[in-house]
Design a protein around this ligand. Sequence first.
Ligand SMILES: [Zn+2]
Ligand SMILES: [Zn+2]
Length: 259
Amino acid sequence: MDPTSQTDTDSEEEASDADDSETEEETDSDTDEDTDSEIDTDDELAVYRKIYGATDIYKDGDYVVIEMEGIPDHGSPYYDGSEWQDRYEENDERSFNQNPNVIQSVDRTVRIPLYPTEATDHQATALGTMGVALNGVAFFNQYAGPNNQPLTNEIYSFDQYNGHPQSSGVYHYHLEPNYLTEQESIGQDGLLGFLLDGFPVYGPMENNVAVTNDDLDDYHGHSHETEDYPDGIYHYHITAEDPYINGNGYYGTPGTSTQ
Ligand SMILES: [Zn+2]
Ligand SMILES: [Zn+2]
């Protein structure tokens, strides 16, 4: 375990990309935590440790805190001075329209409910980080900008791994993170990450069949058991069709993402 719990004391905390100021996180749990319960804690967090791109993962009351820098562990033409531009053009059939942004490392802290439950109000996802992929890259929703602008044109600025950076350098996926789904250990039916409400996100295949929007509810998920959750859980699926990751808002109550 890394003893340096780095708190950036100097940084006046900037609001996250589009953070509808989520207020008071209730700290009701008088934490008698840790020490004696090391093993239980580890078990509870085991599934979150699959987020291999995180710089730190720990429990805080009823939340899991995930810290990350948000930079992809794969090539991209959006890395400054990258040689991947050529490779992209060789390999891709789309006409690529690179945006002017460059990938930047951005320290981010995401807090998600450890015991997610269905919300009664199903809040809409905001622009900006709505979840975390296993490699520590952000998931963004199906819109390119305010007023539900579709991704129609933005799609052409996605790199060979379906990601791109926004203006402050935050790299993100709106679609299937195919760098992950191409990994044998993950695959197209594997766990790909979590949304801020704590519910997991799975890939576009299930039992060797492509998942379509028709298989999913308004929020783009459904419930059944998975390898990681043998007792069953609600989970989102990434599909090939709009809205791709999330549909009409969070199934549960979202935690926070701050940078
Ligand atoms: Zn984007
Ligand atoms: Zn499923």
